[in-house]
Ligand binder design. Structure first.
Ligand code: MG
Length: 207
């Protein structure tokens, strides 16, 4: 895997190494299917894993994030980080951090950042996708919206990956898991073994 581990270690974010490697592997697998798209880039850790695969195969990675932080990253909340808070606008702003990651990891010719809410980008979206990775807001409305507006763009044989799947409510919030179960119940996806908290679903149908 063509990823600099020193770069990865220095990026803020909550993604385990085995989960990152799985992202990389599935992004490689869809190189002939279609582009990759992630929702919830934060400082770019998952983008480095996905992006390195896309760079290797000449594919493109779209990275959607409004970069204002999700609910749990706001001041006073559990995952607030003052290092990515802009005291001029008094808002979270992880975009400078994300851009630095993309430049450092040599992904400027692979990654297309979309700095907006995911449903805004989806309103004009027409490009079929090989892989969608959902790791944006973790409230039920946020995850459900991300699923609703993006799953239909995944090509047969492509993948829907959802982060932070906790089957045990004592271990974490249930919204990603609820939406994951809905995707399975739709009959449009086949479950693959999870990696850490990464749920992996393959879109059914002929390639
Ligand atoms: Mg996550």
């Amino acid at each position: 895997m063509d990823i600099d581990t020193e770069i990865i270690q220095n990026i803020k974010g909550y993604l385990e190494e085995d989960e990152g490697k799985a992202l990389h592997e599935y992004a490689l697998a869809v190189s002939l299917t279609g582009p990759c798209l992630e929702i919830g880039s934060y400082c770019g850790k998952s983008a480095v894993y996905l992006g390195a695969a896309c760079r290797e195969t000449g594919n493109v990675l779209f990275c959607i994030d409004h970069h204002r932080g999700s609910e749990e990253q706001q001041p006073g909340e559990t995952y607030f980080d003052p290092a990515v808070f802009d005291y001029h606008t008094f808002c979270m702003d992880t975009f400078p951090c994300f851009r630095r990651t993309v430049a450092t990891a040599d992904l400027e010719n692979t990654v297309v950042p979309l700095v907006c809410r995911s449903e805004l980008a989806a309103r004009a979206w027409k490009t079929p996708l090989g892989l969608v990775f959902i790791d944006g807001g973790h409230s039920y409305p946020a995850v459900k919206t991300d699923y609703d507006v993006w799953h239909k763009h995944i090509l047969p044989g492509g993948y829907l990956l959802i982060h932070d799947i906790f089957q045990d409510p004592a271990k974490g919030g249930q919204a990603p898991y609820d939406v994951y179960r809905q995707a399975v119940s739709s009959g449009n996806f086949k479950e693959e073994p999870m990696v850490g908290t990464l749920g992996i679903l393959r879109k059914k149908g002929d390639k």
